[in-house]
Design a protein around this ligand. Structure first.
Ligand code: FE2
Length: 288
């Protein structure tokens, strides 16, 4: 168990975290580190050949291959396309880097640059500050939200997708580009994390997934606030906080990187979509 006596978060920040369910920490990570991560993401995209996974990206037959590609990505580095990125012949309609919606979901364990970025100071200490005793890095995503085509992400909570008992998931979201209302920054419902979960997304036992409704009560999205963030800003997101983001209608990209962390002692159901084989166990913030 990694424990330190040097807190990063002030009592006021911890109070905001508990009240709002999110916390914006400016200049948490350096511009140099963010630019290095961007270069690495673009390099990974360079090596990606959509044609090698033609069935996955075949818009006429999305079901089984696409499900498999997603469901087996928990221990891999995979590429997910924007809607409409391919024409009827499965050819990209735009340059490759602008066709990618995100890379996921294990760069933090499989790629050296992503691994170091994900474990740099002060991320581990911040997890300790907000109450983790043994945090594990579960999932990583590099999100592109490209100019004029980056799509919206509808209202959701991360606990819905990364369920533990008791609830423990926290999102660590880092602005790689400045995020504004114009280029599709996140929005969140302050205090919404105190409400019960509405949905659980899980494997259906037949090779697919299902979105189970736990409550039909809508979230109060009228009280949502935009979370604009300059490059290097870290946004902590409680697992039950309703959040989403608009489309990018601007001419500026809105790259971001997220790592989702869970508590090692919490139960991790075997019907969660993301499963890790024993060959690649989850690890914490300790660097080798
Ligand atoms: Fe999310």
């Amino acid at each position: 168990m990694a424990m330190s006596s040097t807190s990063v978060l002030s009592p006021q920040q911890l109070e905001s975290w508990h009240d709002d369910g999110f916390l914006v920490i400016e200049q948490a990570l350096s511009p140099e580190a963010c630019e290095q991560l961007r270069r690495q993401a673009l390099m990974l995209v360079d090596s990606f050949e959509p044609a090698e996974n033609a069935t996955v990206f075949d818009t006429n037959d999305q079901s089984h291959a696409a499900d498999d590609y997603f469901l087996s990505s928990g221990d891999k580095i995979r590429f997910f396309l924007e809607d409409g990125a391919l024409d009827d012949s499965a050819r990209l309609t735009r340059p490759k880097a602008q066709s990618i919606n995100k890379i996921g979901h294990a760069m933090h364990d499989l790629d050296d640059v992503f691994a170091s970025f994900s474990r740099q100071d002060p991320l581990g200490q911040i997890c300790t500050d907000i109450g983790f005793s043994d945090p594990l890095l579960l999932q990583s995503m590099y999100i592109f939200k490209s100019p004029e085509i980056g799509g919206e992400v509808s209202w959701h909570t991360d606990h819905t997708f990364l369920w533990t008992e008791p609830q423990s998931v926290v999102g660590m979201w880092v602005a790689i580009d400045d995020a504004t209302v114009d280029n599709g920054c996140m929005w969140a419902v302050p205090g919404g994390h105190l409400e019960p979960p509405r949905f659980r997304f899980r494997r259906d036992g037949r090779g697919g997934t299902t979105m189970e409704e736990l409550s039909s009560e809508p979230w109060n999205t009228d009280s949502a606030v935009p979370i604009e963030a300059e490059q290097g800003t870290l946004v902590l997101l409680h697992g039950t906080l309703p959040h989403g983001s608009g489309p990018n209608t601007s001419d500026k990209s809105r790259h971001a990187y997220t790592v989702h962390v869970i508590e090692a002692g919490a139960d991790y159901p075997d019907d969660n979509w993301l499963q890790r084989p024993t060959s690649l166990p989850l690890s914490g913030f300790q660097t080798a």
